[in-house]
Design a protein around this ligand. Structure first.
Ligand code: WTA
Length: 654
């Protein structure tokens, strides 16, 4: 019985080849994939140049593939000219004008099908409206919107006129919004009165006003889309309704032809310091890998209905909602709300009703939906699904197996995709018609991605299962260009070691005996307990495999003898023990972890809480947990916490 539950990634060696059903229509098989790897190996630049010529419609073809004269500020296809919006919309019009580009579903159940022709029309009109407000090439535009089609329209409209967008997730506070506006010096903000999320109205305009009231002198205009239609104050001279701004604007908007290495967007992400970094992405290289990964990892085909559940406030919502699906002419679902409104069947209901064939979400969502049991997904028809994806954090094997068996019904390969805001697109991921996936592993680097695991000296680690730094040794098209306004921080953060030659991802990883990559956690999340390296994720995975445990987060705390001790925060599937104490259970869980990984990994402390502290994007705030584990005063900003009330439980004070 206990044996059945041993699902820690350390022991994981089950392999899942693609199903017969998937192989019937898979477009990339091992022969073609081998050829891609071979070409990339022979000549890295020629490989990317050839694909860039095939996949992108260039206004002016490039003659140089890679300019590395100012490395690590690499410039891909530097003398090529293109427009990203043209590549996403205009070029679909010839064959696919009437094809559905977007199936939008609001949280309250409103549904709209938008064709490529209609999306092109809306984008062109808004692009002209932006120009009429004085926005042009290189200007920064903040987009602070609900997860509705118009958010994508706004991004595409910016891309069309060469303005640099910076999307701020609708769940961020006024002060986060203000920081981003000030760092970008944006001239214009596109927002909405509000959005519907979690059964509530999210007050976007109100929050925008708060941000603008506290500074943000660069902002001249605010365009406000009416979504909720509740009353919001409009400031004369500054605020304009979207409908007024677009009224009378032409449906034709000649795209601004951009250099491939011009910036397309900035997206802020947290670093190891408190100040978020504005990750800058390019037009040409970024678009290229958005397209290649749609093909290689998602096997996107004309008949697919693709659904990436990420919000456009995150990189996943950029590459796999706003750009990748459109650039490949796909039909995609956009859903405004949360997975649990009106109940935990919402995702499966949407999959059934819209005939979703490719579904891409985060492990945190999978675990949450797994928690409510199989009955709900089993009551929906999920037979159209042919491929499942996951992203954002390591997926524990238990959740992987549930996703595979219950959602995918053993028929759908799972693409566990490792990448980052900085990498722009998938870097390490299975190719679903080829890879024999293992639960919890993101498998192999994609063609043209030279990912490796190295030691402190930058030497590749070849011993199986020995952990090290995850690096990328050759530049790739969709790579981060710089941190906006801070070239030095870009160099210091990502190219600090190995003679500045390798991109440092900030994750540690190991490769197993077949060469598959296993992400162990962020570099700062690796514990060293009595000289043994332990991935916090591995201990979490073990805890979560226990039948009573729903979620777990593990951090290190300093320990006199062992160097570091293991501190675990645990969320149970049932009720939290009274007062947060249960000695019997604590003993059982310690032994459980001991059995699965080894006595060394047994948590020294276990604390029970109703939830884990997460950012609004669902990432566990580990730094906060480390502070609490150390018994230190909380000095970090907890304002982005969705659930601030659990702080006392985590501190053992409630
Ligand atoms: C983690 C999200 C394990 C990793 C696209 C990375 C993952 C960070 C995976 C980037 C995965 C992302 N398996 N870990 N499949 N995908 N991560 O910038 O630590 O929000 O460095 O980008 O998430 O997070 P970001």
């Amino acid at each position: 019985m206990a044996q059945d539950n041993i699902e820690s990634t350390l022991h994981e060696d089950r392999q899942f080849p693609p199903s017969e059903a998937f192989l019937k229509t898979a477009s990339l098989l091992s022969e073609q994939l081998d050829a891609l790897y071979q070409k990339a190996e022979q000549d890295h630049e020629a490989f990317w140049a050839e694909i860039a010529r095939q996949e992108i419609d260039w206004k002016q073809p490039f003659t140089q593939t890679l300019d590395d004269s100012n490395a690590p500020h690499y410039r891909w296809f530097p003398d090529g000219k293109l427009n990203v919006s043209y590549n996403c919309l205009d070029r679909q019009l010839e064959k696919n004008a009437d094809k559905t580009a977007v199936i939008f579903e609001g949280e309250k159940g409103d549904v709209e099908h938008i064709s490529y022709r209609e999306l092109h029309r809306r984008v062109s009109i808004l692009a002209n409206a932006l120009k009429a407000q004085g926005i042009g090439k290189g200007d920064r535009v903040i987009i602070y919107m609900p997860m509705i089609t118009e958010a994508v329209v706004a991004m595409q409209a910016c891309a069309r006129i060469g303005a640099i967008h910076s999307v701020v997730f609708g769940g961020f506070s006024a002060s986060s919004l203000k920081d981003r506006i000030e760092d970008t010096q944006a001239k214009l903000v596109i927002t909405a009165d509000g959005g519907f999320r979690g059964g509530k109205t999210v007050e976007l305009k109100k929050t925008t006003d708060q941000a603008l009231d506290s500074g943000c002198g660069s902002v001249e205009k605010v365009i406000v889309y009416q979504r909720t239609k509740h009353d919001v104050p409009m400031q004369a001279g500054r605020d304009i309704w979207w409908s007024d701004a677009t009224s009378g604007q032409s449906e034709e908007c000649e795209p601004e032809w951009m250099n491939a290495a011009d910036p397309l967007f900035l997206l802020y992400t947290s670093g190891s310091t408190g100040k978020p970094k504005g990750i800058q992405h390019s037009c040409g290289g970024y678009l290229l890998n958005a397209i290649t990964t749609m093909r290689w990892v998602f096997d996107i085909q004309d008949s697919d209905v693709f659904w990436c559940t990420a919000d456009v406030g995150w990189i996943t919502g950029h590459t796999y909602v706003a750009y990748g699906p459109l650039a490949t002419g796909a039909t995609q679902v956009i859903y405004e709300g949360v997975p649990t409104v009106p109940d935990a069947g919402r995702f499966w209901d949407i999959c059934q009703r819209h005939g979703v064939t490719i579904f891409y979400t985060a492990p945190t969502a999978i675990r949450a939906l797994m928690k409510v049991g199989d009955e709900i997904p089993n009551s929906y028809d999920l037979s159209k699904l042919r491929l499942l994806g996951t992203v954002g954090e390591p997926i524990n094997p238990e959740a992987w197996m549930w996703y595979y068996n219950v959602i995918g019904q053993g028929r759908c390969p799972i693409a566990d995709t490792w990448w980052q805001t900085e990498t722009g697109a998938h870097m390490i991921a299975p190719v679903p018609g080829v890879t024999h996936a293992k639960p919890g592993s993101c498998t192999r680097p994609l063609p043209g991605i030279d990912a490796a695991i190295v030691n402190d000296e930058g030497e590749e680690i070849t011993t199986a299962n020995q952990g090290g730094y995850l690096v990328i040794r050759k530049p790739w098209p969709s790579m981060i260009q710089t941190i906006w306004g801070d070239d030095q921080r870009y160099k210091d953060t990502y190219w600090p070691y190995f003679g500045g030659k390798y991109y440092l991802a900030g994750d540690s990883a190991r490769r197993d005996d077949v060469g598959f990559f296993w992400i162990m956690g962020r570099i700062d999340d690796v514990l060293n307990v009595s000289g043994h390296r332990l991935g916090t994720m591995e201990i979490e995975s073990a805890l979560v495999a226990h039948p009573l445990v729903a979620e777990a987060a593990v951090v290190g705390r300093p320990h006199d003898v062992k160097g570091e001790a293991v501190f675990a925060y645990v969320v149970l599937k049932g009720d939290r023990p009274e007062g947060g104490q249960d000695e019997e259970l604590t003993k059982e869980l310690r032994n459980w972890v001991g059995e699965q990984i080894g006595p060394i990994a047994k948590p020294d402390d276990i604390r029970y809480s109703d939830n884990l502290p997460k950012t609004r994007s669902g990432k566990i705030m580990r730094r906060l947990l480390r502070t609490i584990a150390k018994g230190e005063e909380i000095t970090q900003d907890t304002s982005t916490l969705e659930n601030e009330s659990i702080l006392l439980q985590l501190q053992g004070k409630a």
